[in-house]
Design a protein around this ligand. Structure first.
Ligand code: F6P
Length: 356
């Protein structure tokens, strides 16, 4: 059995742990197995590139950040567009056959899964694995990489808090997550944030300023606000994405955070600063939880290949590892439920979400 592995989309901690676990399972349990790594995500498959992944190539990478295969973003909407008479999808299917693959593991996020579903519908034997710090893949309780990012963002909030307390400042901490606020929600709760601003709950600037002003009136000048990269003021929420991007572009901002810090400072008189955590959240060694999760997911995916179950993606359900059909989850997102238990409890203990 010849198996290909690729990692696609934004990197995160745990990718190498998954590659290792797939390899360990396959080399131990499938006779005459051969594994090849495809470089740079779907980019490598489009170009028809691969290299051998021997047992010794994958043995020491459990705790290594990033991906030994490299990754790239290949927009889904471009997959079926003809370039010189052939689409990228056609090129990938051709190369899958040329490489003589019996199975392809695609480690990636929501976009990667959409392309994986297309490949599967075209007859390639695909098994997906749910990767992303955003934790927004539909059909799985958790994705690998998420927990490590939560740990990193929480530690950053803890550190920023000491400066906020020393100076009596309001600190906005921008956390990754464009569509989904999971990372901001979890690290915000873990870091004891006073407010958590996420894309799923558009914020009112007035409500946000009132919350901070009230806190200051009570004699507490230090506030920590965890702001998701994709946080939206309620005035923008009804606008089309293009229009929103245009407004931010006009302001010279790609996110709301710095602008929001300025408005809060002007309206409340609080000394306000912002910090963008950025790619720190994606880099570095996976935490123990992600090492275990990645290993379990990789091993389970190896077993699926052995059993010939394709067109699926591995998922976590409660304490079990299971799988979903790619076509059932592709194109869907798992977002924070604004009236769900986690947000409700957070509000119950006094965390503000900036909604009215
Ligand atoms: O991989 C997910 C993610 O980190 C998002 O949280 C973020 O919006 C995006 O990737 C950033 O992408 P890029 O690496 O292309 O800047």
């Amino acid at each position: 059995m010849k198996i290909g592995i690729l990692t696609s989309g934004g990197d995160c901690s745990g990718l190498n742990a998954v590659i290792r676990s797939i390899g360990l399972y396959v080399y131990r349990n499938i006779k005459n197995a051969e594994i090849v790594g495809i470089p740079d995500g779907y980019g490598g498959l489009i170009r028809g590139e691969s290299h051998s992944l021997r047992r010794e190539d994958i043995e020491g990478i459990l705790d290594l950040g990033g991906t030994i295969l490299g990754t790239s973003r290949q927009p889904f909407k471009m997959m079926t567009v003809d370039v010189n008479g052939k689409s990228r999808l056609e090129m990938m299917c051709e190369n899958y056959k040329k490489m003589g693959l019996d199975c392809l593991f695609t480690l990636g996020g929501a976009g990667t899964h959409k392309t994986a579903a297309l490949l599967s519908m075209e007859g390639c034997n695909v098994i997906g694995l749910p990767k992303t710090i955003d934790n927004d893949i539909y059909g799985t309780d958790v994705t690998f990489g998420f927990q490590t990012a939560v740990e990193v963002a929480t530690e950053c909030i803890d550190r920023i808090r000491t400066t906020a307390e020393s100076h009596g400042r309001t600190m906005l901490v921008e956390i990754m997550g464009n569509k989904a606020g999971w990372l901001t929600l979890f690290s915000g709760i873990a870091g004891g944030a006073d407010m958590i601003i996420i894309p799923e709950i558009p914020f009112s600037v007035a409500a946000l300023c009132y919350f901070i002003a009230e806190k200051r009136r009570r004699g507490d000048g230090c506030s920590i606000i965890a702001v998701a990269e994709g946080a939206l003021p309620d005035t923008d929420a009804k606008l089309k994405k293009d229009k929103r991007t245009f407004i931010r572009h006009e302001l010279g901002e790609s996110t709301s955070t710095a602008h929001l810090a300025q408005i809060i400072g002007e309206r409340t008189g609080a000394e306000t600063r912002s910090s963008v955590l950025g790619y720190m959240q994606r880099g570095g060694t996976p935490c123990a939880f992600d090492r275990v999760l990645s290993s379990r997911l990789g091993g389970f995916a190896g077993r699926l290949a052995q059993e010939g179950r394709f067109g699926v993606t591995v998922a976590v359900s409660g304490s079990n590892i299971t799988f979903n059909a790619l076509t059932d989850i592709a194109g869907k997102y798992k977002l924070v439920n604004p009236s769900g238990e986690i947000v409700r409890f957070a509000k119950d203990i006094g965390i503000g979400f900036g909604d009215k």
